[in-house]
Design a protein around this ligand. Sequence first.
Ligand code: ING
Length: 315
Amino acid sequence: MSASGRWLSGTFPREVVVAAAQMGPVARGDTRAEVVERLITLLRTAHDRGAELVVFPELALTTFFPRWAIDDVVELDGYFETHLPGPATQPLFDEAKRLGVGFQLGYAEITPDGHRYNTAILVERDGTVVSRYRKVHVPGHDQEEPWRAFQHLERRYFEPGPGFQVHEAFGGLVGQATCNDRRWPETYRVLGLQGVELVLIGYNTPIHYLPDPGQDRLAGHHNTLVMAAGAYQNGTWVVGVAKGGVEEGVWSLAESQIISPGGEVVARAITEGDEVVIALVDLDRCWDYKRTVFNFAQYRLPDRYRMITEEPKPD
Ligand code: ING
């Protein structure tokens, strides 16, 4: 049944308690076991506070390795998961299933045929895998740029994913995005056109933006701006979850937050470390906006917007 059908069917209230499980820094030398232990602690804390869904950051299992040019392929592969769950991460999947808590976990994925993605897995409360989302907007650069105090080589290490899908889970329609995706309105609109009610976004965001340091002072503002706009303009909840703090010398934005379909920040982290942020997400509040101001069927004029998806004309 479609979301609107569920809304009209009056299966009220579609409420789900969601936790943003923010992480502080992960050091280059931290083992998977050490990180998984932190994730399980966050999961248990969230569960104790009533959470049914726990959202972890982007690339949560390792330090944000795109900050370095890694030429040794063995070292680079060490940051990727060939299997998830794998031996080191199985304890997290087991504990989540035991507690009946679903979760999203960001990780670096290498496929059997050698493709590399910045991926987020979504697991339901019964342990079934709902989806594996592969980051679409891959920022940064693909060649080492020595002028930078630190690199942002995601375009060297990851391929873009195929797109944005919505899945029935946690009583509603759930969509995924990762980090830079949150800055692009198309991310939310493609999900919104599929009826999304809850968008889950992990991020690693260096505060010092080397191509234009003038933007540094606005890092927190831009973070909330884009997620709140995406939420409001598509009538969806948005959960943004950071790996923040000073990680291997790079100060990264924390400010994990949960945002309502009205664009209000209803809960926000207050530290730069491991912290659980909880909110009661009433999915039916989405339809306050989807049925009115953002009734796409009634008000959108796609034939006026074709420029948005047309390939740019060669000049
Ligand atoms: N990180 C950053 C992000 O989009 C960035 C990259 C930072 C882009 C600041 C623009 C400004 O939040 C990732 N991992 O995408």
